[in-house]
Design a protein around this ligand. Structure first.
Ligand SMILES: [Zn+2]
Length: 419
């Protein structure tokens, strides 16, 4: 067995003097807060401009062709003013590199009112860390926003194309009646409102129809939730500051950090006894990206340490596969030893997308299936059943994941001797 390394992060609580705290750490964290918030909005502005200018090509027009920008044969994904563009040319408008260049310059300053006007940090290297932190935040916000958008459009299509208009209208009607009733009786709780409304509306429907109306009702409710505006990220407090490699050094068990001012300075820390075992390793590393983090008014240096573990195969002899996951499918992308993509296999995962709603519907169904007398008699039994459904839901999800990984591994073994 060969050895490989894993990363373990050690939190070192800093023992700061008052001056270090008020003149170094505090202004640094506050500048990061202001700078990150400003950068987030700058990135978003460019992204909105991108959305306004470029339209995604419809599925049937997506094909390989000549990109109007880079003039290369590429998969074409977007259109603007009748021209077609590849993904990387279109998305360049809001790429990390472009925005970085535009808001504080890659080398020289390119704009007047830029990040350096917004926050003044004596040590210029911090701008790099600040910006990449902001970009990572924006990216994960954008991924979440797009996922919501995808789900919203999916539900809208489902409801628009739903054929039995009577059932659909009834579901909308229930929602409207509930809202009216609540408006007229604000003191009434929602459970009671639902009971009153649904008993009235449901009396003309069969059990199967009721079940379907409830399903539609849940979908409408989900859709309303997805239509609510979401908040753009805005830090009230910055809790993490990424430190450049070289800003953290160890010498003779002493820790030196480059913080607000340009020069490194020695910082005391707590936990000396416990940390002694790691210090030789940290002194040997010395070019490591660390985070500074703030929690309950205390500051910590989060130091990632490489620790050796045994591991069977040598990665150099292996063929590379990358697994990617989107809301509707998972993909396994294979590369040959020269790094060229040579296989793509898709696995559907759409089943999981709405698993949560499916099980919620199931629980609601059990809760309201029986007549009143039966309800009293079997209430305990049914509560148990609902609880069991919760278990079924998490089992369903973990079984699904289990099958998915199993299928992916089977596929890997088929595709390669040494994946
Ligand atoms: Zn292009």
């Amino acid at each position: 067995m060969s050895e490989s390394t894993v990363l373990k992060t050690i939190g070192i609580r800093l023992n700061l003097s008052k001056v270090q705290k008020t003149q170094e750490l505090e202004p640094l964290f506050e500048s990061f807060r202001i700078g990150i918030n400003w950068s987030l909005r700058e990135i978003e502005t460019r992204y909105q401009k991108f959305i306004a200018e470029y339209l995604p090509l419809p599925e049937n027009e997506k094909a390989d062709g000549m990109c109007a920008e880079c003039n290369k044969e590429k998969p074409l994904r977007f259109t603007r003013n009748g021209n077609k563009y590849c993904l990387s040319c279109a998305a360049r408008m809001y790429s990390e590199y472009t925005v970085r260049k535009e808001i504080y310059g890659a080398r020289e300053r390119t704009v007047d009112k830029d990040l350096k006007n917004i926050v003044e940090i004596p040590n210029k290297t911090h701008y790099d860390s600040l910006f990449s932190q902001a970009y990572a935040m924006w990216k994960s916000y954008n991924a979440w926003r797009n996922k919501r958008l995808f789900q919203k459009e999916y539900l809208e299509d489902e409801l628009n194309e739903y054929e039995d208009k009577l059932l659909l209208d009834t579901a909308y009607d229930i929602r409207r009646k509930e809202a009216d009733l609540k408006r007229g009786n604000p003191e009434m709780n929602w459970k009671e409102i639902k009971r009153v409304t649904q008993t009235k509306v449901f009396k003309d429907f069969t059990d199967d129809e009721k079940k379907e109306i409830r399903r539609l009702y849940e979908q409408i409710q989900d859709l309303n939730r997805l239509r609510r505006p979401i908040h753009f990220p805005d830090l009230q407090e910055c809790r993490t500051v990424k430190m450049n490699a070289g800003f953290v050094t160890w010498e003779d068990k002493k820790l030196h950090l480059t913080l607000w001012s340009r020069k490194p300075q020695q910082i005391d820390y707590f936990g000396g006894e416990y940390l002694n075992q790691f210090i030789p390793k940290m002194e040997a590393d010395n070019q490591v990206y660390c985070n500074l983090s703030k929690k309950d008014g205390k500051y910590y240096l989060m130091y990632p340490l490489e620790i050796k573990v045994k591991q069977p195969p040598d990665i150099k002899d292996c063929e590379t596969f990358v697994a990617m996951f989107s809301p509707g499918k998972a993909g396994l992308i294979g590369y040959d030893r020269d790094g060229c993509m040579d296989s793509v296999t898709w696995f559907p995962t759409g089943d999981l997308l709405f698993a949560k709603r499916h099980f919620k519907e199931k629980r609601a169904e059990i809760a309201s299936r029986k007549s009143l007398e039966e309800k009293m008699r079997r209430i305990r039994k049914r509560k148990k059943k609902i609880r069991r459904q919760g278990g079924i839901e998490s089992r369903h999800v973990s079984t699904f994941n289990h099958h998915l990984t199993h299928d992916m591994i089977e596929c890997l073994i088929e595709l390669s001797d040494k994946p």
